[in-house]
Design a protein around this ligand. Structure first.
Ligand code: MFK
Length: 559
């Protein structure tokens, strides 16, 4: 009898909370023991779902995509969107497990955001990006709370934060128009006050998760000046009292590289009833609280996807035998995995540091400096982790060899999905410029340097102490660059903004890794975070090479 052909065992996942050394150690260091004890059962449950039922459904559901039905059989415009089975399940789980509610119920005061985002982090990679509507829902809830608009808060907040799936709403965030993805001030949609009620007319070009019950959007009241200040922030409900589209037409769903389970639409607003959230101007400024929340979700999603890719690659490396041994025992493969792990761990601590600051700020426990820090670190975390996730997932694919390139392993989708993370919610360059906007001047940089001093205060282990000096040196170089660039003019500052922001992001990641490493050595006798910190430092922190503007402009224009 011929031998049975070789069949490779596929990678598998277990309980994603139990298996997560990085999350568990972080929570043990950060949370009061009683809070940790209270939230652990929710994380264990989510970890089980994410590594079990949801992950299995995700694999089965791979080819399903949302379907848009514009008309019914009789020619009525209905714009029905049928979601994939996993999305329907994810919506129920998200409500029941309080993925939004946890942040607003605030049962654990300043730690509520850490609890919420730990759940989000476990849930996201098995949700086919259901985290997209959730991020916008959280952002909308936050914007409404900040607005103080009591009628809108009373109407929408209890729905956006509901734990009952039959009552829970999600929200859209309709900003992008064909004329301006990044330059939102170019928005062409107009708002007319028609007999005391606002109606919107225009085309929204990239509206994610179009099945939401409401949206926050921008439009220009007729007669207002151009630019972001002439826009106003509006609240829209997507269906009328009869559940019919509310003067909104779905022109089509986008055909995207990844995140294909998200119904992303081109919309026509044909006199859509809308309500002002604040006044009739300053729409860009007023939608910023939403952006800052969705950018935090973006950073946590980047980290979560890196962790998923690594979990699969590591498990596979234990199963796959080549040249006489499992891949995990091959020094070169182990080195590759370790380098990716170091990037993920750095990214994890930066994203969750922002989450901590957000929670502290919402609980009223953050002073002015911490608020400023939150403002500066939100774009830095988003842009730094957005670049890391694409690099790490590209390596993850390679860790599987040819299997990583084959669709029905489910692996290519990871990389395609990840590619959205440096794009939406502000590209790397837009966020680098936002970082400069948030820093104002060199005083903001001094604040960052002071904070890094606090973060590194308890680091004592000699090998880690050496690296704290590296962090301080790099931040000093970044501060010097900023100073010099600002004196040279706007072009010099803009040209170096990405390198500057990435350098600061990586320096912070290393500082936070060093703090965690010291704690893990002392409290867990675990040297893995130390190894991650050392490797991370070796992979390079300062990407702020000496810039020559003339070189950049010559090379950019002609190949
Ligand atoms: C799973 C992960 C999450 C997934 C969710 C994704 C689904 C949603 C998909 C999308 O909607 S993608 C679309 C996202 N679009 C963007 O992120 C827009 C990117 N562009 C920018 O962020 C530009 O920087 C910006 C539009 C803000 C530039 O517009 P302007 O009008 O030139 O801004 P300007 O004049 O600098 O700032 C106006 C005001 O807003 C200023 O305040 P003042 O009026 O007091 O001077 C700014 O300080 C303030 N501002 C701007 N950005 C801010 C901010 N304030 C706080 N935080 C910010 N981030």
């Amino acid at each position: 009898m011929p031998n049975a052909p070789f069949i490779q065992a596929p990678p598998q996942l277990g309980n994603q909370f139990n298996a997560d050394r990085v999350l568990r150690a972080y929570l043990s260091r950060t949370l009061p023991p009683q809070v940790l004890t209270e939230i652990e059962p929710t994380l264990t449950r989510m970890g089980e779902l994410a590594g079990g039922e949801l992950y299995q459904l995700q694999l089965v559901d791979r080819l399903n995509e949302p379907v848009h039905t514009p008309f019914d059989a009789w020619g009525n415009r209905i714009d029905r969107i049928d979601l994939t089975p996993l999305w329907q399940k994810a919506a129920r789980i998200a409500a029941e497990e309080g993925l939004i509610a946890t942040a607003y119920e605030r049962r654990h005061r300043e730690f509520s955001r850490v609890h919420q985002f730990s759940l989000v982090y476990l849930f996201t990679p098995s949700s086919d990006f259901y985290s997209c509507p959730l991020a916008m829902t959280d952002g909308a809830a936050k914007s409404l709370v900040v607005s103080g608009n009591e009628p809108l808060i009373a109407r929408a907040l209890p729905r956006l934060t509901n734990r009952d799936p039959s009552l829970a709403w999600t929200s859209g965030q309709w900003m992008t128009e064909a004329v301006g993805g990044s330059d939102v001030g170019l928005t062409e949609t107009i708002a007319r006050n028609e007999t005391g009620a606002w109606r919107l007319y225009g085309r929204k070009w990239f509206t994610s998760a179009i099945t939401s019950q409401m949206a926050l959007t921008l439009a220009r009241p007729v007669g207002n000046p151009p630019g972001g200040r002439g826009l106003a922030l509006f609240y829209v409900e997507t269906r009328d009292a009869d559940r019919k589209p509310n003067h909104i037409v779905v022109n089509r769903l986008k055909d995207k590289l990844g995140t294909r389970k998200i119904p992303t639409a081109e919309l026509e607003l044909e006199g859509t009833p809308a309500q002002l959230v604040y006044g009739t101007t300053d729409g860009v400024r007023n939608i910023a609280p939403m952006l800052n929340v969705t950018r935090t979700w973006n950073a946590v999603t980047s980290v979560a996807l890196m962790r998923r890719g690594l979990a699969l690659a590591r498990d596979y490396a234990k199963r796959r035998v080549a040249f006489g041994a499992p891949l995990i025992e091959k020094p070169l493969h182990a080195d590759t995995l370790a380098g990716m792990q170091a990037e993920y761990e750095g990214a994890f601590h930066l994203a969750f540091f922002v989450v901590e600051l957000l929670g502290r700020s919402e609980a009223g426990n953050a002073g002015a400096e911490q608020q400023e820090l939150l403002r500066v670190l939100t774009p830095i975390a988003k842009l730094t982790t957005g670049k890391q996730v694409v690099a790490v997932l590209s390596e993850v694919i390679e860790c599987f060899g040819g299997a990583g390139y084959v669709e029905d392993t489910g692996l290519p989708q990871l990389l395609r999905d990840a590619q959205v993370l440096p794009i939406w919610e502000g590209t790397t360059n837009v966020l680098a410029l936002d970082t400069l906007r948030a820093l104002h001047d060199t005083a903001g940089m001094a604040l960052l340097q002071r904070e890094v001093g606090y973060i590194q205060q308890g680091v004592r282990e000699p090998v880690l102490l050496r690296l704290t000096a590296q962090v301080e040196r790099v931040l000093e170089q970044a501060a010097e660059w900023l100073n010099g660039a600002m004196q040279s003019g706007a072009n010099a500052t803009e040209a170096g903004a990405r390198r500057f922001a990435l350098t600061v992001g990586r320096a912070l990641e290393l500082a936070l890794l060093l703090r965690q490493a010291q704690w893990s050595l002392e409290h867990e006798q675990d040297a893995r975070a130390t190894a991650a910190a050392r490797l991370f430092a070796a992979q390079g922190v300062n990407v702020l090479a000496e810039m020559r503007l003339d070189d950049a402009s010559i090379l950019a224009r002609d190949a």
